[in-house]
Write a protein that binds this ligand. Structure first.
Ligand SMILES: [Zn+2]
Length: 433
């Protein structure tokens, strides 16, 4: 595998830190960002890394000459600043296969072999690394279809819909060689504003969603945060080559106030303490997913698009409180057909409807989750039965339906008042292990 690091940026927001050393050589928790990037790329199987340099490029040249690096490197230095894309033109004729493209100010721990596999499977020209974050309201967003096809990139200052999916462009890509060919040599250009939109227009850009750690060193505050995350081990732990632990959450009655057959986005209201509980999970070793049965589609109360709008509202409300979901799955089906007004296409027996385990197994495969070390939290016996069927531990919360008698026989490991208590209890158990 081949990788390209764009390390020519000036890093003006970091002030005096980047006056004498390029951003890529700023030490974070005792090791230069570039050294960390080369380690990570080598761990993903990169055999060669091209470094596009500019501002203070001689320092980067000196660095790779004088230090042992884990992978072969070659430097292409631009004589004048060419923006985030201009330097790519120098690779024309040199790269003939899809390659990793990352910015030099990113600290990450990403299994790029998974991302490359996805790029090759979907046949896109550009695959961009997408993730939810704790501050979507001031981040560049990706607008994508559920298939991952990217419809547009939305800058942080551009007007957005009231409710938006928490999907942020991280600044790491897989590019096919045709992308290099559209960059004009010697001209300044911006990758996200000028190059990516050409390929979006042609339907050639895919979002690859991951829960792995990736953050830019744009400001001194972020630099401090990333140093803390490196030291605590969070950065390495989230790499998807490692087995993950997860908490699977039911939606209605667990995260948001229970409304029978909720089908209008405006009826979704977070339960007190739910956002703070999810924020605690985000800072813990656990990934956090929602798995929800939404038979409202099969009953024709709303469309798939309307369920997705409800989830955009959910992610927007959580984002406003600094919380995010690593991913969401829902089942639109219902097995019993023959009712007036139903949507027959969705009246089927499926593997995804809880207590079936289809949604959980799909997420477990996508995020390398060890289900035996994971939890399900929900407000019905069906959630608990799902946990048992999937081999997970479970917590029943009393904040939702309070069904009586219970429809399924499975018993939860713990009973809690609400999600806040459930998260406290399961994080307390994780500490003891
Ligand atoms: Zn289903």
């Amino acid at each position: 595998m081949i990788a390209v690091i764009s390390a020519g940026g000036k890093g003006t927001r970091l002030g005096s830190l980047t006056r004498e050393i390029p951003k890529a050589l700023i030490p974070v928790a005792g090791r230069e960002i570039l050294a960390r990037q080369l380690d990570e790329l080598a761990a993903s199987g990169a055999s060669k890394v091209w470094l596009l340099t500019g501002h203070l490029g001689e320092a980067i040249e000196e660095f790779v000459r004088s230090r042992p690096v884990p992978v072969e490197t070659e430097i292409l230095r631009e004589s004048e600043p060419l923006g985030t894309a201009g330097g790519l033109a120098a690779l024309a004729g040199k790269i003939h296969e899809p390659f990793i493209f990352v910015y030099g100010d990113l600290v990450f721990s990403v299994d790029f072999t998974r991302m490359m596999r996805r790029h090759l499977e979907c046949g896109a020209s550009i695959t961009l690394l997408a993730h939810p974050n704790s501050h979507p309201q001031d981040s560049d967003l990706i607008v994508a279809e559920s298939s991952g096809l990217v419809r547009r990139l939305l800058g942080k200052k551009e007007p957005r819909q009231t409710y938006y999916a928490n999907l942020v462009n991280a600044g790491a890509y897989i590019l096919s060689p045709e992308v290099v060919r559209v960059v004009l040599p010697g001209l300044r250009s911006d990758f996200e504003k000028e190059i990516v939109p050409q390929f979006i227009e042609a339907g050639r850009v895919q979002a690859y969603r991951t829960s792995e750690y990736i953050k830019d060193m744009g400001t001194p505050e972020r630099l401090d945060q990333v140093a803390r995350d490196l030291t605590s081990g969070v950065v390495a732990a989230r790499r998807l080559s490692r087995r993950q632990r997860a908490v699977f959450l039911d939606r209605d009655g667990t995260i948001n106030r229970y409304v029978e057959l909720l089908h209008r986005s405006e009826d979704l209201e977070l339960l007190p303490g739910a956002a703070a509980a999810i924020r605690s999970l985000n800072a813990s070793p656990y990934l956090c997913f929602v798995v929800s049965n939404q038979p409202v589609v099969a009953r024709n109360l709303c469309s798939i698009e309307e369920v997705e709008e409800t989830h955009r509202r959910l992610e927007t409300l959580l984002g406003a409180e600094g919380a995010y979901l690593d991913d969401i799955r829902f089942c639109p089906h219902h097995p019993d057909s023959g009712y007036p007004g139903e949507n027959p296409a969705y009246k089927i027996k499926c593997a995804c409807r809880k207590p079936g385990t289809g949604m959980i197994e799909e997420l477990a495969a996508a995020y390398n989750v060890d289900l035996s070390r994971s939890w399900m939290v929900g407000d019905t016996s069906m959630d608990i039965q799902t946990a048992v069927n999937a081999g997970m531990r479970s917590i029943l919360v009393a904040s939702g339906m309070r069904e009586s008698p219970a429809k399924y026989a499975a018993r939860p490991e713990l009973h809690c008042a609400d999600l806040a208590e459930a998260v406290d209890r399961l994080l307390g158990q994780a500490e003891m292990q």
